[in-house]
Design a protein around this ligand. Structure first.
Ligand SMILES: *[C@@H]1O[C@H](CO)[C@@H](O)[C@H](O)[C@H]1NC(C)=O
Ligand SMILES: *[C@@H]1O[C@H](CO)[C@@H](O)[C@H](O)[C@H]1NC(C)=O
Ligand SMILES: *[C@@H]1O[C@H](CO)[C@@H](O)[C@H](O)[C@H]1NC(C)=O
Ligand SMILES: *[C@@H]1O[C@H](CO)[C@@H](O)[C@H](O)[C@H]1NC(C)=O
Length: 605
């Protein structure tokens, strides 16, 4: 356990690649004796015990839902945490599908990490099973979206990008990153991995529209499986009740809670298959129009505000915050010190001797670390303050307390439903302890960047005609939205500027809107959507939730007055949790305009 923390700290400080996650390919054997390879891929759900008390299944679905004559399949890795009651129990409430976002976040990983935590939130006198899946090409689903042949080459190129520094700082950084993404595009275009015998390429078939269609299949399969299970249970109880529902039963509906990009997946599902919407929560909301346009211009509107909250809460916490200074008269005094440290770092990277090694902290890496920390105030802000303080003091002895803080953070996030970290920073992810078996599994997987890029560039409009000059203007726009994170965020579309047409999805496999629903004509068991937005979310500002909600008839936005990305189980609010319980139990939405307070602040005990 200790070595993992040390590795993570090294990564946090230096952006060096976390070797544990870089080599820990999820394909093949996982810890705890379970390996996905050992269970067969089938056209019906067949569960196998895995990771302690979880159940795993590999489901075969068509590669191309819009072409019946394409014989190829993809295999989805599916995991379920059973409900705390038997499926025949009257209080069994059904299935809730969760998604941590990304795109490219592992659904399997998030259920193993947070299934119990989600259950704790949504269960009331109804008890739910929690299910997720690795979307096509992601993590344990096959074939994979990996483009590189080996990790060493992948990491070398990534390190080159990190070393080139922050985009706004030099033309050199821009030129290097432009070139790296040209290379990535060419590689993914020519990669043999994921090519079927007939030449079909997995990369053309990982659009969100196809994943939404996969969810229809999953819902049908889960329904069929539950019916069989109830049937056999009742038979073994020798019940004489009607056991199989009549064939004329309406189709099963999707209950869903998606974070971040998971809100785009849910939004797509609701817009394509409104007749299949059960209870859907979209949390940390993406502006679907902007995402579909490969814009990424409506994410950072509240990023400044989130960073300001860091100093506000730190000042308010007093001596509990490592950056607190008794002579500070307000948050701005603390901020001034951090700002001058960052400005100094721009020209003077900080050499550190740590654990018997020399490491170098650059401005770009420090900003990337702060970007990452802004997602999870409750779990990461005290740690960020300690880390900044020790770097500003050059006092490496405080690494000891950092280690303790990291340990606390690990404890605080295990069992919590948290958004996937940005795939560009996937190498920073620490290992997580999953399930009851205490298995250590990689939270990230080596080809997460390739997977994320394949999905989001194909989902978005083709922007390959963008010139360097136009891209520089784009960079300025994002920098004006957030001086701290703008240039990091701008790297997302750089991948798409170089994304080859040959691996884009066909038009019939893209859904480009309109993103909307009116469920009043459909199944009365379905409910309008529930949106959740935070007042200071670093990458999905509240205004996106309000905008998207307007398109979904009868939907309601709950505002959480907290900083951080998504509600999930990382930004606890008793008020929001009550709303979620009621919504999943009865399909009842709260009154519009409700603002929920957070139940804790980062420096609270
Ligand atoms: C695709 O999956 C279906 C359902 O499991 C199966 O019947 C079919 O043989 C598979 N096709 C291929 C080419 O593997
Ligand atoms: C459908 O799939 C078949 C078999 O792979 C292929 O020959 C055909 O071109 C595809 N049709 C379209 C419209 O892509
Ligand atoms: C963020 O702050 C910078 C100055 O630090 C300012 O120029 C910019 O307008 C702010 N952006 C937003 C969206 O408030
Ligand atoms: C939603 O559908 C219902 C029933 O068809 C209709 O009466 C209502 O006007 C629709 N709402 C909107 C905003 O179109």
């Amino acid at each position: 356990m200790k070595s993992n923390i040390a590795t993570f700290l090294t990564a946090l400080f230096t952006g060096l690649y976390c070797t544990a996650s870089a080599t820990g390919a999820p394909a093949g054997t996982a810890a705890g004796g379970f390996s996905w390879d050992t269970i067969p891929a089938t056209g019906q759900l067949q569960y196998h015990e895995c990771y302690g008390s979880f159940q795993c299944s590999r489901l075969e679905v068509p590669l191309d839902w819009s072409n019946q004559s394409n014989p190829n399949n993809v295999t989805l890795a599916i995991v379920k945490l059973p409900a705390v009651v038997d499926v025949t129990d009257e209080s069994f409430g059904g299935t809730i599908v969760i998604n941590p976002g990304g795109p490219s976040g592992s659904g399997v990983g998030i259920v193993l990490q947070s299934g119990r935590g989600v259950q704790r939130i949504v269960d009331s006198d109804k008890h739910f099973e929690i299910l997720s899946f690795d979307p096509r090409g992601v993590a344990f689903s096959t074939p994979s979206l990996a483009c590189f042949q080996d990790n060493a080459a992948r990491n070398l190129l990534a390190v080159l990008g990190v070393g080139a520094g922050s985009l706004e700082n030099s033309h050199y950084a821009m030129d290097v990153k432009w070139g790296i993404d040209q290379g990535l595009g060419r590689l993914c275009d020519s990669a043999s991995n994921g090519i079927y015998p007939d030449g079909s390429d997995i990369r053309q078939y990982v659009s969100t529209a196809l994943v939404a269609r996969d969810m229809v299949e999953i819902v049908d399969q889960v329904d069929a499986h539950l019916r069989k299970e109830v049937h056999s249970r009742r038979q073994s109880l020798r019940s004489h009740q009607a056991i199989m529902a009549p064939v004329s039963d309406p189709p099963a509906l999707l209950n869903y809670w998606g974070l971040s990009y998971g809100s785009y997946l849910g939004n797509t599902f609701a817009s394509m298959f409104p007749e299949r919407v059960g209870r859907m929560v979209l949390d940390g909301v993406v502006d679907a129009d902007d995402y579909t346009a490969t814009g990424w211009t409506t994410n950072l509107q509240d990023n400044n505000k989130t960073w300001a909250k860091f100093f506000e809460f730190c000042f308010e916490a007093g001596p509990k915050c490592a950056l607190f200074d008794p002579s500070a008269t307000g948050p701005q005094d603390i901020r001034d010190q951090v700002d001058s440290f960052l400005a100094e770092l721009k020209d003077n990277p900080l050499p550190l001797v740590y654990n018997g090694n020399a490491v170098l902290l650059t401005y770009f890496e420090m900003k990337a670390n702060i970007h990452l920390c802004l997602y999870l105030p409750n779990q990461l802000w005290p740690l960020l303050a300690v880390s900044l303080k020790s770097l500003m003091d050059g006092n490496l002895l405080s690494l000891v307390s950092l280690q303790e803080t990291a340990e606390q953070w690990r404890k605080a996030t295990s069992n919590r439903f948290s958004p996937a970290l940005p795939f560009q920073l996937s190498q920073y992810q620490p290992q997580s302890t999953y399930g009851e078996t205490g298995d250590d599994l990689p939270a990230g997987y080596p080809w997460q960047l390739e997977a994320g890029v394949s999905i989001l560039c194909g989902d978005g409009d083709d922007i390959t005609s963008t010139t360097k000059a136009e891209y520089e203007e784009y960079l300025s726009l994002l920098q004006s939205q957030s001086p701290l994170v703008g240039s990091i965020w701008a790297e997302i579309i750089l991948h798409c500027i170089h994304w080859p047409a040959a691996v884009r999805p066909a038009p019939e496999n893209r859904f480009t809107g309109p993103f909307q629903s009116n469920l009043s004509d459909y199944d009365p068991r379905g409910s309008p959507l529930l949106f959740i937005g935070n007042t200071a979310d670093p990458v999905t500002p509240l205004r996106n939730a309000l905008k998207m909600s307007e398109r979904h008839e009868g939907s309601v936005v709950v505002t959480q007055d907290v900083p951080g990305h998504c509600a999930g189980d990382v930004n606890p609010s008793v008020c929001t949790f009550e709303i979620l319980k009621t919504f999943f139990r009865d399909g009842i939405l709260p009154k519009p305009g409700l603002v929920c307070a957070g139940s804790r602040r980062p420096w609270d005990d």
